[in-house]
Design a protein around this ligand. Structure first.
Ligand SMILES: Nc1ncnc2c1ncn2[C@@H]1O[C@H](COP(=O)(O)OP(=O)(O)OP(=O)(O)O)[C@@H](O)[C@H]1O
Length: 233
């Protein structure tokens, strides 16, 4: 099977320009692939570089070497060398990123925050809102809150709005950065179900999950980021 994501020898060194150009090598020789319908979980201690790798795949952090091949609109694009305009296209059509924090736009109702990725994908407003409501309901956000902007919601409620927004799209790749961090057991179970549904739909996922139980339930494979430690070079 042709992988959805194929990372070869990717590396990242941060250069602290405001601190005399101090160089902080984080990861090197990052090599793994993710097939359609597979969830790869990045493991390793705090500071090993898990989030940095997700951000490299999303094109937030520039790679200093290697390649990050991603299947995009029938082609393979190398995120490591892609132009910013191409990265925007990849984010529109191919890769979704679910972080644990919601960047809520003031005054936009929760239901519209969730529906928005579908509107961008040219789904009608009516259908987008219906799907958004169904997801919010599954994630136990009471209907009375749907019309309110999520900026006043609790941390866990905001996280669930964010999860709904991330999972509503039909994108073929999802990057999950601690999606269950502040959720209770019932909502963690919903996220595990949502991940299973995405697998059945052939979505390729890379996840960071600290909760052992959730990790065990969603991971098809673990990739140990400590083995990419740049300091060991
Ligand atoms: N923008 C940045 N500028 C400078 N250093 C950074 C930046 N982002 C990450 N780092 C450094 O890279 C290293 C890896 O960080 P990263 O967040 O990827 O680790 P992690 O494995 O996800 O950790 P955690 O499990 O604690 O979230 C850390 O030492 C961190 O300080």
């Amino acid at each position: 099977m042709i992988p959805m994501i194929d990372i070869r020898n990717a590396e990242k060194t941060f250069v602290m320009h405001l601190q005399d150009g101090i160089r902080l090598p984080v990861v090197r020789n990052v090599s793994f692939h993710v097939a359609p319908g597979e969830c790869v979980v990045l493991s390793g201690p705090s500071g090993a570089g898990k989030s940095s790798i997700l951000k490299m795949i999303f094109g937030n952090y520039r790679c200093d070497g290697g390649t990050i091949g991603v299947r995009h609109n029938g082609d393979v694009i190398d995120i490591a060398t892609a132009e910013p305009r191409e990265i925007l296209g990849v984010r529109r059509d191919t890769i979704g990123y679910v972080s644990q924090f919601l960047r809520a736009v003031p005054r936009v109702a929760a239901i519209d925050v969730v529906a928005e990725p579908l509107l961008v994908a040219a789904v009608t407003r009516e259908e987008a809102r219906a799907r958004a409501g169904a997801l919010l309901k599954r994630l136990n956000i009471p209907e009375r809150l749907w019309k309110l902007p999520p900026s006043t919601f609790s941390g866990g409620e905001q996280q669930r709005v964010n999860i709904a927004r991330g999972f509503i799209s039909d994108l073929p790749i999802l990057l999950l950065d601690e999606p269950t961090a502040s959720l209770d057991a019932a909502n963690r179970a919903v996220v595990v179900e949502l991940v299973a549904e995405k697998k059945r739909a052939g979505v390729a996922m890379v996840a960071i999950v600290h909760d052992d139980e959730v990790r065990h339930l969603i991971a098809d494979r673990l990739v140990d980021v400590a083995s990419f430690a740049a300091a060991a070079a």
